[in-house]
Design a protein around this ligand. Structure first.
Ligand code: PLP
Length: 414
């Protein structure tokens, strides 16, 4: 691009066209506006990012101790897939989850699951390849599919049935170009947890159409109401599956950047793809080594997260409070989350005359200094949803949702 500046023609730089279909609005314009308001001295109540540590959630002391002990031993690069101790512990974790045919070579550590989502899509997709991604989704999936030159094709998750994927819709979106299905289970932003029968239907569909299954299970240890998380890979020994998880949420160390992916099932059909994964893993040298060094202690030690998700525990009780308070708002309804720490309420857009959910989020921000994420940020096609992160403590949450209740009592009403 060029631009006239006095005598000279000045060269300017635009972003790559590879970013044309890439969106990551969880940290987008509404969050930018909140940052501007904060910079000018306004206190903002943030219900927008799933980052437990700032809300008083701490990793077990033994994990911090372990990291401190190993800091000097972890100054160098590790093997590109990760330290033996970390991968061994993750392999055992995979066994506990009944994920079939996993050897230590099938485990890759990453700088969070985020890095591995990007890597796994980059290694797979050619221009025009399609990947089925949920709507709503955790938007990194759509972004990484599109950044890799592929096309994210969204299947609907149905609010009327607990936000479960609509299998008929999924089926109707499969074409000759479809390579894979992504599921996010437990789900961000809906908090849904998928039952075995549903997972079996997805497996059957993948089997019929010879698709890879990518399953993002980063919230698998944050499941409430006595329910059990089932890894879809455990139901698909004959298919090629890639399962993602990590410690950002279960051990409240999102800032340490440690996650992993596990290849399982029929790896023979993916030999060439796996070579691509290995090349990209080599190219980034390795993931953060001090963070890898605590994986064994974290997975094998005290699971403090369990105390949070039972009645009387913070995540559980905060979920109940938010669910009750949001549903008490005339014109707002929400499905009860079963897992993670998000709720995705629906707004009666006719009642409130809403045409843009981003504008709604901005209005709430300006009026009440509360930052939520609007539904479009999760590739939801209608302007009628928003996501609340219910990590703040009860008192703060009661006050903040109280303010949201007040906002809806006057917002855009005749
Ligand atoms: N997948 C899902 C569904 C998430 O919600 C998040 C973070 O919010 C991530 C992946 C990324 O996590 P990480 O911190 O491991 O990069």
């Amino acid at each position: 691009q060029t631009q006239q500046s006095g005598e000279n023609v000045m060269r300017t730089f635009g972003k790559s066209h590879k970013l044309d279909h890439v969106l990551y609005d969880v940290r987008g314009p509404v969050a930018d506006e909140a940052a501007r308001m904060e910079a000018s001295g306004t206190h903002i109540l943030k219900l927008n990012i799933g980052n437990p540590a700032p809300f008083g959630f701490r990793t077990p002391d033994e994990v911090v101790y372990d990291m401190a002990q190993q800091l000097t031993d972890t100054e160098g690069y590790s093997p590109s897939k990760g330290l033996f101790s970390a991968r061994k512990a993750i392999m055992q974790y995979a066994q506990l989850k009944n994920i079939p045919n996993v050897s230590i070579d099938d485990i890759y550590t990453g700088n969070g699951v985020s890095e591995l989502i990007n890597l796994s899509m980059s290694a797979l997709l050619d221009n025009g390849d399609e990947v089925l991604v949920p709507s709503p989704d955790y938007p990194l999936w759509t972004a990484c599919v599109n950044l890799a030159g592929g096309k994210a094709v969204h299947y609907t998750c149905d609010e009327e049935s607990e936000w479960y994927p609509d299998i008929d819709d999924m089926r109707s979106k499969i074409t000759d170009h479809t390579k894979a299905i992504v599921i996010i289970n437990p789900n961000n932003p809906t908090g849904a947890l998928y039952p075995k029968e549903l997972l079996e239907q997805i497996v059957q569909l993948a089997r019929e159409h010879q698709l890879i299954i990518f399953s993002d299970e980063i919230y698998d240890r944050l499941v409430m109401d006595g329910l059990e998380h089932i890894s879809i890979a455990s139901l698909a020994p004959d298919l090629f599956c890639v399962t993602f998880s990590g410690l950002s949420k279960s051990h409240m160390i999102a800032g340490w950047r440690v996650g992993w992916m596990i290849l399982s099932g029929n790896k023979r059909i993916a030999k060439d793809y796996i070579e691509g994964l290995n090349m990209l893993a080599n190219m980034r040298m390795c993931s953060n080594v001090p963070a890898q060094s605590i994986v064994q202690t974290a997975l094998g030690g005290h699971q403090s997260v369990k105390d949070y998700i039972v009645p009387g525990g913070r995540v559980h009780d905060q979920r109940d409070l938010v669910y009750d308070m949001l549903n008490a708002i005339p014109g707002v309804t929400a499905v009860k989350p079963k897992a993670a720490f998000y709720i995705f309420p629906k707004i009666d857009v006719k009642k409130f005359n809403i045409h843009s959910d981003e504008q709604f989020a901005l209005d709430l921000l300006h009026d009440k200094h509360i930052l939520i994420s609007h539904g479009a940020a999760f590739n939801w096609p209608h302007p009628d949803h928003f996501r609340v992160v219910y990590l703040p403590r009860m008192g703060m949450l009661r006050e903040t949702i109280g303010e949201i209740q007040d906002f809806f009592s006057y917002y855009r009403q005749a």
